[in-house]
Design a protein around this ligand. Sequence first.
Ligand code: F3S
Length: 393
Amino acid sequence: MYLTPEEERALTGEEGRARQIAMELLCTLGRVFGAKRLIPVTSAQVSGVSYKNMGDAGLEFIEEIARDAKVSVSTTLNPAGMDLERWMEMGIDPEFASAQQRLVAAYARMGIEPTCTCTPYLAGNTPGFGEHVAWSESSAIAYCNSVLGARTNREGGPSALAAAIIGKTPDYGLHRDEHRRATHVVEVNVPMSRLNYALLGLLIGKRLKSGVPYFKTISPSRDDLKTLGAALASAGSVALFHVEDVTPEAPSAGVEDNAEVIHVDAGDLEAVKEQFSSAVQPELVALGCPHCSPDELREIASMLKGRHAREGAVLWVCTSRRAKEEASDAVSTIERFGKVLCDTCMVVSPIEKIFSATATNSGKAALYLSRPDFCSQQVILDPLEELLKRVMT
Ligand code: F3S
């Protein structure tokens, strides 16, 4: 891979150990994937923030890197394991909280904005069409590539951090036109709701793995696209999708000549839903995966307005600080029924230590919550209106 003289200096360690480690990682990735050069990125989004996922080894590694690393482009963080201000109200253990605060503080010392959200594009980190970035939250990657038309590979936490430090990423994969063509055409013959977008994402993500679907006959809103992308990216490793007449690259990206055509009907989506709908009584109703947009907060508030909180019901609504501020009236309404939490979510918090059965409307959350090695929850996957009936009278 060709390196500029400046990149060579970083690689030989002349610019410090942190930049050297970052360059080594980027060069290794570039070699493995056949990149010919590094290209500049305009932003980065770094995962590996929840202490639940990182543990002590991860915390020590990030604190070590933070001794002399500084990011050189605008960089934001993925959700942490708790609301950094209201962790006590969530029932988080003080030892966990202290380790989590140290982890976020280490990232902040590198110059990373501690906006812990999986919807950075709704919180000020919004790349334009065609911009190259290095993001590592899978749902945000799908949104970034598909809805914004910006370009990122599915970075891991370390490679996104390396790109943030150097300000560059290897030029391969979804940074290049030839990998942005659709590999499958998906014709959807079902009336669509928000929940159906989650189910569609789970169905197609699992089937395609890392392909690029081109959806026809659907007209999703921006929040529907957020839901669809998150489910596609978690059930498979889809990082880019196109929707005819909706997403910006659909007219130009093209479809592979031998692209398989997949037909989806109501029975296909019902079968996906049935995997989760257990008859258990949820201890928690969890909304906001990916983090709620201001519009979603307003929608929830409008459905709760004029009703009373059901005794004993627990509701978490996860969002970014920016969205919480933007929809503050809606937040006041929702808080009469439960907590509007920032910086975290039901999946990356240590939920398994607090609850054992959770109801959600998110395909991605349903998938991860049910994993015995991760959240160990019995999961109910239902539409928003059904979930809210559980918390109001
Ligand atoms: Fe975001 Fe957590 Fe879902 S990070 S996409 S709310 S699993």
